[in-house]
Design a protein around this ligand. Sequence first.
Ligand SMILES: C[S@@+](CC[C@H](N)C(=O)[O-])C[C@H]1O[C@@H](n2cnc3c(N)ncnc32)[C@H](O)[C@@H]1O
Length: 238
Amino acid sequence: MGANGESFSKLYGRNIVMIGINIEEIYQSALKRKRTLASYTEWNDLYPVEQMILSKEISHADSIIEFGCGAGRIFNYLYYTLNCKDYVGLDISREMLKVAKKKYPIGNFKYADVASKELPIEKHFSKILFMHNGIDTIYPKERRVTVFRNARLFMANGGQLIYSTHILKESPESVICSGEHKYFEEDYHGAKIWIHRSTEFEAVEEAIANGFTIISKYVQDKGTDSWLYLVVMNDVSS
Ligand SMILES: C[S@@+](CC[C@H](N)C(=O)[O-])C[C@H]1O[C@@H](n2cnc3c(N)ncnc32)[C@H](O)[C@@H]1O
């Protein structure tokens, strides 16, 4: 391991063998666990910051696509509170989709990997959402970039992408997983998964590098953790 690997070992007290691990498979199996599914099945509330952003940015006239819709928590708010009827939710977890469809038979939830080059979508949307840091479990970085590309591709003129991402508080030098910066091992409903983190500055730079203009940003402090919410739109000059 190089210098970064050494700092990662120091952080976690052990070496990580990275080659050959399918990080997303580990995440998918974490999502299938009863404990994880139960917590999403029972969870309907939005954080105040989510409510504030969605109620400010979204109207009933919007066409909305939600990447990583999970068990429909955001759909619940959009449909029943904001009266949004033009909605499609995509998720890679069949288990989550099953819960969503059971909870909200009226919702349009579909299976898709939003980091793949082909999405089962035939129109543009005025709002694209990727809430609750769903983008941060997408690995490796190239797939994360494809998510941004897909958001740009399927965004209507003047549309917005609204998403959240974990903020990195430690020194960036201390971050390492598989030789790629920004992925940390973390606990997720009792399972160990890898999560992307970057500083607030880097997250903003990332959005710009992927062709967006920042409309607004909000920081949510969650105990010792912080999340950044970004509202962005296509930078027409890029
Ligand atoms: C943290 S959960 C959040 C669920 C929901 N957005 C919410 O706020 O309640 C993240 C969701 O993103 C989904 N997800 C992760 N990677 C994905 C991918 N490549 N394509 C589609 N969905 C994905 C997961 O299956 C999971 O349901």
